[in-house]
Write a protein that binds this ligand. Structure first.
Ligand code: UGA
Length: 447
């Protein structure tokens, strides 16, 4: 079986190397010459746990990366994993997806076999059916008789993408016809048998499958905003810590403990963009997206909340030396897209603060956005030596060493705001004894 993958971002490349490592013949197509050349030279264009090893064992053997769509001519199955950004007004930019469909129409117009195209790019309900129509018009091929079309949403998370590909919570198949649904169910069953996992496989309409993805990401965002709202309440009640409250709440099996970690809010290339698109989509249906809007608003307010704490503690921020610890949108990645930490940095710069930044992985990416507006620090020692205030903005484990550094050294920093709640509460009083004030979001202990 030959598999094509269009778009070698973290979703496409993760699938490509995993399929290739299980013996499938995989061709990955991307229009970015530089990216294709890096991958062909065994270098992953981004950091992803386990990617390097799989790339090294598959590229040039069962996996080829190319810019040439022609290589897909004899593919049986093509996954489309290109980007579909959400525009500022919430509408979806489908240029990359449409362009991939145009290319595929040209590639398959004379195909003697019946390939299946599976869209994995997150798209709003109705899009897959429209893309199938566009393909049919351009290629002259009848869908579904001569060509299969389906939507299969993707649930993998950056940082554990390979693990999520191997062991997904569920596989959703939204096929236009029964034959395609059956072929894909068989394909995924066989693949997961090879892998040794057994996820539930659900077949439904393409529109339902498209909505599953938005509903899932909106639900995750809602849980995080819920946790942040409870964190705010805890701060007003002496003796209250949101960690203890939500741990107890999450033990109810109807609720569960995942995605209830309060902090600076959610970021990344998915949750914010999908919620924005869902809000617009709901409005276009003449419904009122009050719940989705509240989730979004609560998230935006997290940055403002930290700024308010700083202004309360320090007054005017102009000229104040503030360090932001962590820039990636979450730990374990160098991705800074829609990162709350980065938004905080920009806000601080607007307020006239002198900003230092630190991140174990994301400094190179951050430099492209922040340029020389901030100072980049490579060690935590230096942060505590230069900055008056440090804000933990991404929950890297690396920052758990702060109490130890404080213990060992004379430091300049007088205030730490732990917006990701990674410092151990037991250590706070020891740090405070050294003259350092520590504010942990969601906690009102010892006030
Ligand atoms: C998210 C979804 O979790 C995936 O299922 C989905 O496939 C993916 O989007 C996508 O649509 O492609 P990802 O963007 O990698 O995955 O990030 P998450 O691990 O879900 O984290 C999102 C944000 O929420 C991060 O900024 C994280 O720090 C924050 N978060 C997460 C919290 O603030 N609290 C939590 O309890 C969990």
């Amino acid at each position: 079986m030959k598999i094509g993958i269009i778009g070698l971002g973290f979703v496409g490349l993760s699938y490509a190397v995993v399929f290739a490592s299980k013996g499938y013949n995989v061709v990955g197509v991307d229009i970015d010459v530089k990216k294709v050349s890096m991958i062909s030279n065994r270098v992953s264009p981004f950091y992803e746990d386990g990617m390097k090893e799989l790339l090294e064992t598959t590229i040039g053997k069962t996996f080829t990366a190319t810019t040439n769509y022609d290589s897909l001519r004899d593919a049986d199955l093509v996954f489309v994993t290109v980007n579909a950004p959400t525009r500022e007004d919430g509408s979806q930019d489908l240029l990359q997806l449409e362009s991939a469909i145009r290319e595929l129409a040209w590639v398959f117009c004379n195909a003697a076999h019946r390939p299946i195209i599976v869209i994995k790019t997150t798209v709003l309900p109705g899009t897959t059916r429209r893309m199938a129509k566009l393909f049919s018009e351009l290629s002259g091929k009848k869908v579904p008789e001569e060509m299969g079309f389906a939507f299969s949403p993707e649930f993998l998370r950056e940082g554990c993408a390979i693990r999520d590909v191997l062991n997904p919570s569920r596989v959703i198949i939204g096929a236009l016809d029964e034959d395609t649904a059956e072929s894909l169910t068989k394909f995924f069953r066989e693949f997961y048998i090879k892998v040794g996992s057994n996820p539930p496989i659900l077949v439904m309409s393409p529109e339902e499958a498209e909505l599953v993805k938005y509903a899932s990401n909106a639900f995750l965002a809602m849980r995080i905003s819920f946790a942040n709202s409870i964190a705010d309440v805890c701060e007003e009640i002496p003796g209250c810590d949101v960690g203890r409250v939500l741990e107890a709440v999450g033990l109810d099996p109807r609720i569960g403990k995942e995605y209830l970690k309060p902090g600076l809010g959610y970021g990344g290339s998915c949750l914010p963009k999908d919620l924005k698109a869902l809000i617009r989509f709901t409005e276009d249906l003449r419904l009122s997206p009050i719940l989705f809007k509240a989730v979004q608003r609560i998230n935006e307010d997290r940055i403002e909340k930290v700024i308010k704490i700083l202004e309360r503690e320090l007054g005017d921020l102009r000229g104040k030396k503030v360090a932001v610890l962590g820039l990636a949108f979450k730990p374990g990645t160098d991705d800074i897209r829609d990162s709350q930490a980065l938004k905080l940095v920009l806000k601080l710069l607007n307020k006239g603060a002198r900003v230092y930044v630190h991140d174990p992985m994301a400094l190179t990416n951050a430099k492209r956005i922040l340029g020389n507006r901030v100072e980049y620090l490579k060690s935590l020692d230096k942060v505590l030596e230069y900055a008056d205030i440090a804000i933990i903005a991404t929950g890297w484990d690396h920052y758990k060493q702060i109490p130890l550094l404080v213990e060992r050294k004379d430091i300049r920093t007088k205030l730490i705001i732990d917006s990701r709640r990674i410092l151990c509460l037991d250590e706070l009083s020891r740090m405070q004894n050294k003259g350092l004030k520590v504010i942990v979001l969601g906690t009102n202990l010892g006030k």
